[in-house]
Design a protein around this ligand. Structure first.
Ligand code: SF4
Length: 322
């Protein structure tokens, strides 16, 4: 349904000659009704990827196809029509809602712009249905965003995204700004909506436990590339890349000859994408780095069925010795 192929994004360095490589050849697929979790630290390229997938920004190269239509070549009305089918939910529900509009007007405006739900009376009825769908009292239409709790505002954000009847929702850290007590409620609501409306999600988070909760498949990002990808259980419970292990997955060991499990912590920061390390971009922080890692960037290769990894050591450990 949604397919990104070899997406790259470069930004010019402010006041300099070089470029910041925010995305370096990311490919992924999303099937109908599926949830793909994307996990990584801040600076890993997750949010840049989200913006390219909904065409809020143009890629430097690569394509994004929705049901076979390349979004990167569309303009004007054709782009608007396709954008309806892939909606984005932002991290901060407060800043994404107009503080001067009542909730009813915010949702009604979306319906009017897209000419959905008929006349004013039809739109009013549909606004009530949307609020009910996300577990809010339809009487909240008269309230302003500042009169709602964070959880209620995020529910309004979800209702606004659903108003245009999308097939794909891009959820960029959708619960990170919320109190811990309401995170589970919103996650359960997203789960229910996906099942009931047959939605597909791209769920972006730095929090492995959230990704684990909701994903069918997981992609782990580091410095603008996918370093591990596959079925959620295989990637998170039997991680092969040292970075995934460090993000908090259960302590697997890529090299079975190692007596000690890898430490589930990684020292240092994500490197400057304007000046990335040679070879494997993770090598300055990797407890398993070898000479080859300093010179050769590992490719994302199959480790086992439905599980790929970009790590020299993990791939070598998976290949039986001759
Ligand atoms: Fe670590 Fe080398 Fe694997 Fe990169 S390729 S993650 S540096 S072991």
């Amino acid at each position: 349904m949604l397919r990104a192929t070899n997406l790259t994004k470069q930004y010019p360095v402010r006041g300099g000659d070089g470029v910041v490589q925010a995305l370096a050849g990311v490919s992924l697929e999303l099937a109908e009704g599926e949830t793909l979790g994307i996990v990584g630290e801040s600076g890993s390229g997750k949010s840049t990827l989200a913006k390219l997938l909904v065409r809020l920004e143009d890629p430097t190269s690569g394509t994004v196809e929705l049901d076979g239509v390349d979004l990167t070549t569309l303009r004007g009305g054709a782009l608007r029509e396709q954008r309806r089918r892939i909606q984005m939910l932002f991290q901060d529900p407060y800043s994404s809602l107009n503080p001067r509009q009542r909730i009813g007007a915010i949702l009604g405006e979306v319906l009017a712009v897209h000419r959905l739900a008929g006349d004013a009376r039809g739109r009013q009825r549909r606004v009530g249905e949307l609020l009910d769908l996300v577990g809010l009292d339809p009487r909240l239409t008269q309230r302003y965003p500042h009169e709602l709790s964070g959880g209620q505002r995020q529910r309004v954000g979800i209702a606004r995204a659903l108003a245009v009847e999308p097939k794909v929702l891009l959820l960029d850290e959708p619960v990170s700004a919320l109190d811990v007590s309401v995170r589970a409620e919103i996650m359960n609501l997203l789960d229910d909506l996906r099942r009931d409306l047959r939605l597909a999600y791209v769920f972006i988070s730095h929090d492995v436990s959230m990704v684990r909760h909701i994903s069918d498949r997981v992609a782990v990002m580091y410095l603008g590339r996918i370093v591990e990808q596959g079925d959620w259980k295989s990637v998170l419970d039997d991680s092969a890349h040292p970075y995934t292990v460090a993000l908090g997955a259960a302590v697997p060991v890529p090299d079975p000859s190692l007596a000690e499990p890898i430490q589930a912590t990684v020292v240092g920061e994500v490197p400057d994408p304007a000046n990335p390390p040679s070879g494997c971009p993770f090598h300055p922080r990797c407890p398993l780095a070898e000479d080859v890692c300093l010179s050769t960037d590992p490719k994302l290769l199959p480790l086992r069925p439905n599980h790929n990894v970009a790590c020299h050591v993990a791939i070598r450990a998976a290949v039986p010795a001759a």
